[in-house]
Design a protein around this ligand. Structure first.
Ligand code: IMP
Ligand code: MG
Length: 185
């Protein structure tokens, strides 16, 4: 795999702005959940970087769990709305205050399906925290309770988000130089 710079059009959100915003989100969540139990659920794999920084910024006691999903009948860069759980949670959400921690909400179909699946398991409350919100692409109605940044309709990578599974480790969010990346796939 080539160096990420081959595909980077621009840095959209530098590392220090990500970290600063995550501190703010952590403080807000800590205020809102003061005295309450909290369970964070990370959807693998894109949400991992955000989860680990966010949980360090949250001061109320909480647990974390992970799930992975795969979508049906869609290409790599779009989802159809139909999702299947490929790795389920290891703990019960029943009666818990659950918060889904996502990297990015695009069409909204993925998170809408996950919300539907989880609400059937009777959590006490169910909220959504996403680092990035590609708002103009929204097709499904999704209530977003906490978000880091609203971003334009561009394909981004880094900080958990991948380009064909690579470059999730970058500490910033970058915009893909589309022509270059499409030639390799
Ligand atoms: P949605 O169902 O359209 O909201 O798709 C959400 C999923 O698509 C995210 O969890 C990402 O895995 C992926 N995705 C959407 N936009 C981007 C992007 O710009 N970069 C990387 N992954 C993306
Ligand atoms: Mg994802």
């Amino acid at each position: 795999m080539q160096d990420y710079r081959e595909f980077l059009a621009e840095v959209l959100i530098p590392a220090d702005r990500l970290q600063q915003r995550i501190q703010e989100l952590g403080a807000e969540i800590s205020r809102d959940y003061e005295g309450q139990d909290l369970m964070l659920i990370c959807i693998l794999r894109g949400g991992v970087m955000f989860l680990t920084d966010l949980m360090r910024a949250i001061t109320v006691p909480h647990t974390v769990d992970f799930m992975a999903i795969s979508s049906y009948g869609a290409g790599v860069r779009q989802t159809s709305g139909q999702v299947r759980i490929s790795l389920d949670l290891s703990s019960s959400v029943e009666g818990r205050n659950v918060m889904l921690v996502e990297d990015i909400i695009d069409s909204g179909h993925t998170i809408a399906s996950v919300l539907e699946l989880l609400s059937a398991r009777r959590p006490q409350s169910l909220k959504v925290c996403t680092l990035l919100d590609k708002a103009e692409r929204r097709e499904a109605h999704v209530p977003i309770d906490y978000y880091g940044f609203v971003i334009p309709n561009k394909f981004v990578f880094g900080y958990g988000l991948d380009l064909d599974e690579y470059y999730r480790n970058l500490p910033f969010i970058g915009v893909v130089q589309a022509e270059k990346f499409l030639h390799t796939t």
